[in-house]
Design a protein around this ligand. Structure first.
Ligand code: BES
Ligand code: MN
Ligand code: ZN
Length: 488
């Protein structure tokens, strides 16, 4: 996407489209619009008087113009002006650009300066520009009516090149994560994730270490091996390292990479199994984050772990009642083979802890219970350190991804982690399922390490496109984590 700064596009050369973000108050008081729009004011006034457009949030209005050097006018409502913030602007820009790019416009002009008080507008503009054209349509046959996304140039009255570039990079990290997460289970299995990690490492000069099934055995990764045992596609532990010369902090990200979650022998019913290709989202996000930190050249040592397996039923599957031994020596009685995410994370959290990082952040589509509690638009955040939790919540604010902090202290639920025959059981009772899973993970985090766990079940996948989101994988978590590392 090209961008240029333009002060006065209404009299500059012709543009295909103008995107105008307007609050309800703007609609009542058109004199608040910048003077360069004066030619358009009578038209907009007419639309408002007909109530075709009132500035209501979530409304988009398109109008073709004649006798104007602007061919198409797009209005997006922002709602009440007191509620306008950077996230609303970012989402509105992405929505507007997506629509404009599908309508065969090649360029768009935007007026942003008047929202300056919202913060990093050039950054948000870059994010919106970088993500607006993304759709997962590679498997659709393109016929002669297919209209490729045409938008390639933005003119903006406000444009700081460095910030815009950063926004583009954060967008490309998300697109990269989505692109892999959207692939079905027949196209991506643990070895595929390992190949992707290797090519990422080559491109950005990262270290990359991959443990195959033999190495996993000799490294005592009993939990990851158990989960992967039912599939003909063997499990992998993938470790990427980004290590700038003068880094002062060391952060590890750990992602759940179940390339397909059938439930295993405790097989899922049909409607629950659907979308379980998305159970690798945590791992895809870690790939996205590694790409992001490398492109942004952040001055932090970052480790990315992907714990990858396919959870399938077969004659070689791990079974309910099995007792397995995780890397740290703790024994786990399997109560349910569908509670596999916590198992693959357990071993990976041990490996990450051995590096003694300042912070570990894991992300996983871990429990349906979390999605039931918080809905599909808010992730669960569990954290053993208030300062870290607050930093992540601040980054969540900056990035527009919502989290809700969940309890990590619960003596009653902790009691249910005990097993009759082993140190732990992998599955407790139905109630409090997300907290149980978090408490289980805690057993594998090294002492004195600040740790956060993001349960992204439900938020990983969108049925509809909205704001910056396309249909399918959301890469939820990438923006928050990149913002966190950027602000260290
Ligand atoms: N991958 C699922 C969780 C999930 C559910 C993610 C819905 C995204 C949307 C996880 O492995 C799982 O199956 N969890 C079980 C745990 C139960 C057996 C304790 C669940 O949530 O039902
Ligand atoms: Mn499962
Ligand atoms: Zn799962």
């Amino acid at each position: 996407m090209q961008i240029k700064k333009c002060e006065n596009f209404c009299s500059d050369s012709a543009v295909d489209s103008l995107l105008l973000l307007m609050s309800e108050e703007d609609c009542g008081e058109l004199s608040s619009l910048p003077s360069q729009l004066s030619n358009l004011i009578p038209t907009i006034k007419e639309l408002i008087s007909r109530k075709d457009f009132t500035g209501k949030k979530g409304k988009l209005f398109r109008l073709s113009l004649f006798d104007s050097n602007i061919k198409n006018l797009y209005l997006i409502g922002l709602g009440k002006s007191e509620k306008i913030n950077l996230n609303l602007i970012r989402d509105s820009l992405a929505w507007g650009f997506r629509t404009i790019g599908r309508d065969r416009n090649k360029n768009v002009a935007v007026i942003l300066d008047r929202f300056k008080k919202c913060g990093k507008l050039s950054f948000a503009l870059g994010e919106a520009a970088g993500i607006c054209g993304y759709v997962f349509d590679k498997y659709k046959t393109k016929d002669e009516n297919y209209e490729p996304f045409s938008l390639s140039e933005i003119c903006s009255d406000l444009y700081e090149p460095e910030e815009f570039e950063k926004g583009l990079k954060v967008a490309s990290a998300q697109v990269y994560s989505r692109e892999i997460a959207n692939e079905p289970g027949c196209a991506v299995w643990p070895e595929t994730l390992a190949e992707k990690a290797e090519s990422l490492a080559k491109e950005y000069n990262l270290e990359c270490e991959i443990w195959d099934e033999n190495k996993l055995k000799s490294e005592r990764m009993g939990a990851l091996l158990a989960v992967g045992s039912g599939s003909k596609n063997p499990p992998r532990l993938i470790h990427l390292t980004y290590k700038p010369a003068n880094a002062t902090k060391k952060i590890a990200f750990v992602g759940k990479g179940i390339t397909f979650d059938s439930g295993g022998l405790d097989i899922k019913p049909d409607n629950f199994m659907l979308t379980m290709k998305g159970d690798k989202t945590g791992a895809c996000n870690v790939l996205g984050i590694m790409k992001g930190v490398a492109e942004l050249k952040l001055n932090v040592e970052v480790h990315g772990f992907l714990s990858a397996a396919e959870n399938m039923p077969s004659g070689s599957s791990y079974r309910p009642d099995d007792i397995i031994t995780a890397r740290n020596g703790k024994t786990i009685e399997i109560n349910n083979t569908d509670a596999e995410g916590r198992l693959v994370l357990a071993d990976a959290l041990c490996v990450a802890s051995e590096l003694k990082p300042d912070v570990i952040i894991d992300m996983a589509t871990l429990t349906g219970a979390c999605a039931v509690a918080l809905g599909k638009w808010r992730a669960g955040l569990f954290c053993n350190d208030d300062e870290l939790a607050n930093k992540i919540l601040k980054s969540s604010d900056n990035s527009g991804e919502s989290y809700w902090r969940m309890p990590l202290e619960d003596e009653h639920i902790a009691e249910t982690l005990k097993s009759k025959f082993a140190d732990l059981t992998n599955c407790g009772e139905r109630y409090g399922g997300a907290i149980f899973a978090a408490l289980f993970l805690k057993e594998f985090v090294g002492e004195k390490i600040s740790w956060a766990h993001m349960d992204i079940a439900g938020v990983d996948f969108n049925d509809k496109e909205y704001g910056v989101y396309s249909k399918g994988a959301s890469a939820f978590g990438v923006r928050t984590c990149l913002d966190y590392v950027m602000n260290l």
